[in-house]
Design a protein around this ligand. Structure first.
Ligand code: AMP
Ligand code: GLY
Length: 423
């Protein structure tokens, strides 16, 4: 098979590394990729927003499957353009990608199908949103409706914070004219992520993970795209996974099919495990980053037949197998992230990958023969082991060997799981 992978982060490096091991693979291309991905794929300077160029490339190289990493090209309809050209694509259509592209759309779907989620209201005008503040208690959650690269959510502890968040949404920080917001109830509990492969009507569990969203140790500091993760998520027992499938994922797939937007690809449910059961915080229509890095370390099956089956709309008979190992990844980010940070600082040394430990490139580039930082999240130092503790000690040992002056990382990834293991 000839495969084109779209994206340039740590998630795509982990996918490229895994896909490159498939005996079915003939050629792997990545657009635009990064230096780590370049060890497994031929990098091509294609712009995912230029659908004609992507289709043209796929025809020229006889691509059998396109795997789309990030959400933006999906919300933008890249899968539709590829499907219309008869090219198999792992990733949902634009109408199905609204599950991530519009929080209001997803909340309304949940409400129609009794899917457990935070109580909410949608607003398209500042005055009405402000007036709503008088009726609710704190903390309260304010979300910009559209894609906001992880920055559109505010957990307001006071009326003043809520006002500021509403104003920033309507002032154009996340969309400008025609902006919409969702104001919702604050949910308490432990967070976990569930990944499902979907073929339009069926959903297949494809692993669980727990992300660490805050920038600093002990869950302090600003929200980020994720500073580390481990898999499987300790809190997601088999019973909880089954309940989530029944109460959240299956009704979602049914609801999407009913409105003519069947979901194909990977559906990532961000869950809050509350006292009354799992509730949906949000959907993403693609793999998590950095959760994919830990999933790929544990996946034993060849991913290509699995992704292709989802793309072709028939997952029957597909049963991915997983290592019993735990996996854990530590994100090394540029000082200042998720705020402003320097680019171009040199990564002087990376330890060699081995059977249990490997470094995925998240935001790197080449400057001559130097490897330099080129993003906020730069490296994903990832390891597996018989326990979360073992995976963590391997990952942190590798972190210690990285020579890069500008990086910072959390030193407590997986700490809650390790406490439970030790208890
Ligand atoms: P999202 O971008 O929707 O994943 O939200 C980012 C983070 O905000 C989530 O990972 C949660 O930690 C938090 N969050 C979002 N919605 C809620 C909610 N209703 N209650 C509590 N925390 C939330
Ligand atoms: N790690 C969170 C995300 O991929 O959205």
């Amino acid at each position: 098979m000839n495969v084109l992978l779209i994206g340039s982060g740590g998630r795509e490096h982990a996918l490229a590394w895994k896909i490159a091991q498939s005996p079915l693979l003939a050629s792997l291309y990545a657009a635009p990729g990064n230096p780590g991905i370049g060890e497994h794929a031929e990098l091509v300077p294609l712009d995912a927003a230029d659908h004609d160029a992507v289709v043209h490339f796929c025809r020229e190289k006889a691509i059998d499957l396109v795997v789309v990493g990030p959400e933006a090209p999906l919300v933008d309809g890249l899968a539709d353009s590829l499907s219309a050209a008869g090219i198999a694509v792992f990733g949902p259509s634009a109408t199905a990608a609204r599950l991530e592209g519009s929080k209001g759309f997803t909340k309304d779907l949940c409400s129609r199908h009794d899917i457990p989620t935070a109580r909410y209201k949608r607003f398209s005008e500042v005055a009405a949103a402000r007036a709503h503040l008088d009726e609710s208690g704190y903390p309260m959650v304010i979300k910009a409706d559209g894609l906001a690269a992880g920055k559109g959510v505010t957990i307001a502890q006071s009326r003043a914070e809520a006002m500021a968040a509403i104003d920033s949404c309507f002032d154009g920080a996340f969309g400008g004219p025609g902006a919409e917001i969702v104001i919702e109830e604050f949910l308490e509990g432990e967070e976990a992520s569930l990944f499902c492969l979907c073929d339009g009507s069926r959903a297949l569990v494809f692993g669980t993970a727990q992300d660490h969203k805050r920038a600093f140790d002990r869950d302090r500091g600003p929200n980020t795209g994720g500073m580390g993760a481990y898999s499987p998520a300790l809190a997601m027992s088999e019973r909880l996974v089954e309940r989530t499938m029944r109460e959240i994922i299956e009704p979602t797939l049914k609801g999407m099919a009913e409105i003519g937007a069947p979901f194909q690809g990977v559906l990532y449910a961000g869950l809050m495990l509350t006292e009354t059961g799992p509730k949906l915080i949000e959907y993403n229509v693609r793999f998590g980053d950095p959760e994919t890095q830990v999933l790929m370390m544990r996946l034993e099956s060849d991913p290509l037949p699995v992704f292709l089956a989802a793309a072709k709309g028939d997952l029957s008979g597909i049963e991915p197998t997983w290592s019993r190992d735990r996996a854990l990844t530590v994100v090394m980010a540029a000082e200042g992230y998720p705020g402003s940070y320097a680019k171009g600082t040199e990564i002087v040394h990376l330890p060699k990958d081995d059977a249990t430990t490997r470094i995925f490139h998240a935001g790197t580039s080449r400057d001559g023969d130097r490897l330099v930082a080129a993003g906020g999240r730069v490296l994903n130092v990832t390891a597996r082991g018989a326990s979360v503790r073992e995976a963590a000690s391997r990952a942190y040992a590798a972190v210690e060997q990285v020579v890069w002056d500008d990086g910072f990382f959390r030193s407590d990834i997986g700490h809650r799981a390790i406490m439970v293991e030790d208890a």
